[in-house]
Ligand binder design. Structure first.
Ligand SMILES: Cc1cc2nc3c(=O)[nH]c(=O)nc-3n(C[C@H](O)[C@H](O)[C@H](O)COP(=O)(O)O)c2cc1C
Ligand SMILES: *[C@@H]1O[C@H](CO)[C@@H](O)[C@H](O)[C@H]1NC(C)=O
Length: 349
């Protein structure tokens, strides 16, 4: 199946579930309540991206985030993915490695977390810089995790290259201070990301691969001196692999009731990239419609609104009122409260 076509032709549901870490996968294994959470948020023909899922035992950096490197994790994902398929959704698995955002507490034998650098971020455990010859193993972890995701039934994977995690720690010049072929020039800093893309494409096929990037974001001290050039270089380089989609996070930040326009723009990257383009970050119904009407973006991913509105596509269609999200329960561990107990539209009016 060609997911590029499938996603772009699915114009009747351009509302994508953004990847959302919810910290309810006790012991890094997704639980039965995770099944309910995703199936609640599935509309026929809609596209869902999973929460970030760890690729290896060194990858996770938060309590109770899921993984897909072990057999029991793969088995636990199977019924969850089936539930989404049963309701007619397309489900991609977001693959991540947190790198230096992790701490000793989450690492095997309380080792230092790994990164492109040994520069620490804030109060985290100082990372250990990967040596050049260790890098192929990390690339391989992504490849195996992608194969596991397909085995679990996912339609494809989204490589998490955003938000200051491991891949971003290589791409951004304010983090990466390597002197080997993975550091220095833009081409060198993007090499790790593109090697992962290539390995994953070779393993599961380009149609089943997307990537998420946030060139403009500087979370966790992960800024870059020229984010526009970085984003454009990645968009152009990705064309070589023919991947299904590129998912970019907007440079703007928006707070409730106030729109902050940012002079920077994803438009050059959208023009350069030949597959499906997904945008995310601060979108509401109106902005999302505008982005799609102008033919600028193919799909729009919603995060916080989708946490609180499990029937978001329907509410958008009807222009119905929205539930408010409760930030306090984003990362708590209760398997119901703030997770699967937001009301459906029928139960509100
Ligand atoms: C609770 C929460 C968890 C998130 N987890 C992830 C994640 O696992 N992977 C990721 O790429 N982005 C993650 N994000 C970022 C969202 O995908 C999205 O880009 C962000 O919330 C902005 O979109 P919004 O304004 O529609 O919420 C998370 C955001 C929130 C609020
Ligand atoms: C990178 O920066 C850190 C912190 O300043 C320093 O300890 C390290 O030696 C630098 N690495 C290289 C390869 O220059």
């Amino acid at each position: 199946m060609n997911y590029f076509l499938l996603v772009t032709l699915n114009k009747f549901c351009r509302v994508v579930l953004a990847p959302l870490t919810r910290t309810r996968s006790y012991g890094n294994v997704p639980q039965p309540h995770v099944f309910l959470y995703y199936s609640q948020r599935t509309t026929k023909g809609s596209f869902l991206i999973s929460e970030a899922i760890g690729v290896s035992d060194t990858s996770h950096g938060y309590k109770d985030t899921p993984g897909i490197w072990r057999k029991d994790q793969v088995e636990a994902w199977k019924p969850i993915v089936s539930a989404v398929h049963d309701k007619g959704g397309i489900f991609f698995c977001q693959l991540w490695h947190t790198g230096r955002i992790s701490t000793k507490d989450f690492q095997p034998n309380r080792q230092a977390p790994i990164s492109s650098t040994d520069k620490p971020v804030k109060t985290q455990t100082p990372p250990r810089q990967l040596s050049t010859n260790e890098i192929p193993q990390i690339v391989n972890d992504f490849r195996i995790a992608a194969r596991n995701a397909i085995e679990a039934g996912f339609d494809g994977v989204e490589i998490h290259g955003a938000h200051g995690y491991l891949i971003d720690q290589f791409m951004k010049d304010q983090v990466n201070n390597r002197t080997d072929q993975y550091g220095g020039t833009l081409e060198n800093r993007c090499r790790f990301a593109l090697e992962i893309v290539e390995a994953v494409v070779n393993e599961i096929g380009a149609d089943r691969v997307g990537i998420r990037l946030s060139p403009f974001a500087n979370y966790m001290d992960s800024g870059d001196s020229n984010p526009s050039a970085l984003g454009l270089y990645m968009a152009e380089s990705l064309n070589k692999y023919g991947i299904s989609y590129c998912h970019m996070v907007e440079p703007r930040m928006k707070t409730i009731g106030e729109k902050v326009e940012c002079p920077k723009s994803l438009v050059p990257m959208r023009k350069a990239f030949r597959g499906t383009f997904i945008v995310a970050g601060g979108y509401d119904r109106e902005d999302g419609n505008k982005a799609v009407d102008k033919g600028r973006d193919d799909l729009v991913a919603y995060g916080r609104l989708f946490i609180a509105n499990l029937d978001l596509p329907k509410r958008f269609e009807l222009d119905a009122p929205l539930n408010k999200y409760n930030r306090e329960t984003f990362y708590t561990s209760d398997h119901v409260v703030g997770y699967t107990d937001y009301p459906f539209l029928e139960n509100v009016v």
